[in-house]
Design a protein around this ligand. Structure first.
Ligand SMILES: Cc1ncc(COP(=O)(O)O)c(C=O)c1O
Length: 369
């Protein structure tokens, strides 16, 4: 079976360095908010060219803490995309604010900046932008709207570490950027971990307090916070893997190019992008016969996945927002048609060719019948 992500080979190659780093942590006696975490915060901040990095428990907490730090809460509205992982909308609801959805663009699957203005009200406080599948959203247009209407911008860059947009790295373009190091992410740990970046010193001060029970000095609590700290073992693993991030992103882009070159005459593929505007956390094709293709691939021992089958406005948890089917036709169409193919840095061309051949075979049979 070719899986969506195979981390075994990566562990074979990086294992020795990872075990050494883990041993160092175990022997140090420092397990939470220690040297490794600080080092990772500095390295990630410097990589995305942000002034501050704050290690947290996971990407969802990163989003929650970002919104909290911006004082977003009950009565406030946050504009976002309905076509994303649930955590994006969940974080808005967790702080007590109202998610307000805006449909996506057909080609990038990201929020459509042309449709944002009509959703801005006097209660709108922020835009929560997602760089879905690793592809940068249209930040120039989004930042212009935000400046004009005095809105904050939080970037959900959980799938997009290393993605670039007009010479900048995503995460450091808006007010606050959020990353997830979930194991399957482009920079993944072996457990939950996340990172927040910002250029704003006062937001940084607020977030380091909020992530640690509202406390900067032990047992003195200035506000109600939470426990969402990056642990040292995860930071140690991430520091080893981070050295290879650019090489791994390059490999993803090479595989994506090959997929597109060999499949774009048969079905809708992402375009070939020569810049780092897309880092291909996911490589998604679009097909009318998506579910038949998925079962055909499964029969040929090839995994595939649907990100995401139900847009947020149609999720049971958001029923109280009173959206209806048909409200966001582009997102709804994508939910029916997208199919993610296996892509990971250690996937060799032989394996990829097996996937391409299977798709070519399906499309040929389908066209004949
Ligand atoms: C777009 C998006 N936002 C938020 C998250 C949440 O990150 P985590 O799983 O680390 O909480 C994820 C990852 O799962 C994601 O893909």
């Amino acid at each position: 079976m070719i899986p969506m992500v195979d981390l075994k080979e990566e562990l074979e190659i990086l294992g020795e360095s990872i075990f050494k780093a883990l041993k160092e942590v175990l022997e140090s006696g420092e397990y939470i908010l220690g040297k490794k975490g600080k080092e990772l915060e500095n390295q990630i901040a410097s990589y995305v060219e942000a002034s501050y990095g704050i290690g947290v428990g996971n990407g969802t907490d990163a989003l929650y803490l970002a919104l909290k730090a911006l004082d977003i809460g009950p009565g406030d509205e946050v504009i976002t995309t309905p076509f994303t992982f649930f955590a994006t909308g969940e974080a808005i609801a967790q702080v007590g604010a109202k998610p307000v959805f805006v449909d996506i663009e057909e080609d990038t699957y990201n929020i459509n900046p042309l449709k944002i203005r009509e959703k801005i009200t006097s209660n709108t406080k922020a835009i929560l932008v997602v760089h879905l599948y690793g592809q940068a959203a249209k930040m120039k247009e989004i930042m212009e709207i935000a400046h004009k209407f005095n809105l904050k911008v939080v970037e959900d860059a959980c799938q997009a570490i290393g993605t670039e947009y007009k010479g900048k790295r995503v995460g450091a373009i808006g007010d606050i950027g959020c990353f997830s190091f979930f194991p399957s992410k482009n920079l993944g740990s072996y457990g939950d971990a996340g990172m927040i970046v910002t250029n704003d010193k006062s937001l940084y001060e607020k977030i380091i307090t909020l992530r640690n029970h509202g406390s900067k000095i032990k047992y003195i609590h200035s506000t109600i916070g939470m426990n969402s700290r990056l642990d040292e073992l995860q930071a140690a693993i991430l520091l080893v893997k981070f050295k290879y991030l650019d090489i791994f992103l390059h490999k993803r882009s090479e595989l994506a190019k090959r997929y597109t070159m060999k499949l774009n005459s048969l079905l809708k593929t992402p375009p070939i992008i020569e810049t780092r505007e897309h880092t291909f956390h996911q490589y998604c094709i679009e097909l009318d016969e998506r579910d038949q293709v998925a079962s055909f691939l499964q029969k040929n021992e090839i995994a595939s996945a649907i990100y995401y089958p139900i847009p947020l406005h149609l999720q049971e948890a958001f029923k109280y927002l009173n959206y209806q089917k048909g409200d966001f036709p582009v997102a709804e169409k994508a939910a029916i048609k997208v199919l993610a193919l296996p892509i990971f840095p250690f996937m060799n061309f032989e394996k990829q060719d097996r996937i391409i051949l299977a798709l070519q075979e399906f499309m040929k049979k389908n066209n004949e019948s």
